[in-house]
Design a protein around this ligand. Sequence first.
Ligand code: PMP
Ligand code: GLN
Length: 426
Amino acid sequence: MGNVYASSVNEMRDIPGAWRRTAVGAGLIGSDHSARTRSSSDPQPRLAAARPTIFAEMSALAARTGAVNLGQGFPDEDGPIEVLEAARAAISNGVNQYPPGRGIPDLLLAIAEHQRRFYGVHLDPQRDVLVTAGATEGLAAALLALIGGPEDEVVVFEPHYDSYAAVVALAGARLVTVPLRWPDFQPDLEELRAAVSDRTRIILVNDPHNPTGAVFGRELQDEVIRLAERHDAIIVTDEVYEHLVFDQPHVPIATLPGAWERTLTISSGGKTFSTTGWKIGWVTGPADQVDAVLTVKQFLTYVNGAPFQPAIATGLRLPDAFFAAAAQTLRDKRDILGAGLRSAGFDVSQAAGTYFTVVDAAPLGVSDAADFCRGLADRAGVVAIPLTAFVTSARRPEYATLVRFAACKRVDVLEEAASRLAVIRG
Ligand code: PMP
Ligand code: GLN
């Protein structure tokens, strides 16, 4: 059978369906569908198969080579013991069947309490909150629910998390991107205004931002709200790094004047509680909009993670000191990683939040970060992610030398990576 992973990057029969435009949208197949060979022994046309996502590719590379994995963003240490114990207790206590479609009532309540404690938002837990299979499903359900058809546009900042382009393509809509440029990755408001029009159905804002580590300011948030009002668009936010900000407290757009009625706020417990494998996320917003998302969500997963739901409720109720310490620990790790990357010869963009730090590898003579990252495992024993994986093909040249490193690893792992990277300076 051979290596399934390797064979998956090659070619396949022409299998019709929405999967192909999804893969094209996510950049996993070229937009010409990269039609390939038609061999004499096989008269069937062969088309390019979808590559695995960059995260899957790079984690597999790290596993195969034993490299330090600073690619895919997941912590290598467990989160708070209270949260882990709560999941164990829930399994022992028989919380193992389908939870209610919206989520278990105590988690809905804990999410509402959390939004009130940190942001002063008053939610009706039974109507304004929906539990999803991670933020990923929340985003997919929201986009699929709200996009009407091919005339609709979704405006996102670029680079962007890979699932956005995939789901917009699956929904058959058009992705319109606004670039975030090295080194501070703050959008140009003129470019944002030019991107939003009456065709815009959704403005999707990821703040704190993956992959750049940027945090957006009030001016941008106000402009997003103004544009959404003017063009009658909905704002969907991805705030999975809401507690991993380093300089100022996170401010959800939904809390700002004029935003609530047209905003859906999406987050999850994965990053905050170091439980990325649990996939407990949530969507909050006005009840009718949340109902629209629920209508689609119930046919994607229906429900998920029964015993993890009470555990995440426990996490959301941890004292303020836990959340402050999580941000401070990651800030320290950002600094350790940043120092290592600087001494290896990269130019470093200082992240204001998230798991990630972006560097420019051009000072090391790199012209293609994707090749550089694929070679880095063998060359230095470290894996990272090229930023081109997060941008549409037309804009790849602008990001060609940029690389994302994950800081959400043990300090000794970051130090080991830094010492390994010292070799690339030569
Ligand atoms: N959005 C962003 C910006 C992310 O980085 C991630 C990463 N894991 C997700 C969404 C997905 O979150 P979840 O694991 O909760 O589905
Ligand atoms: N959010 C993680 C990252 O950006 C990856 C999650 C995934 O593999 N889809 O690294």
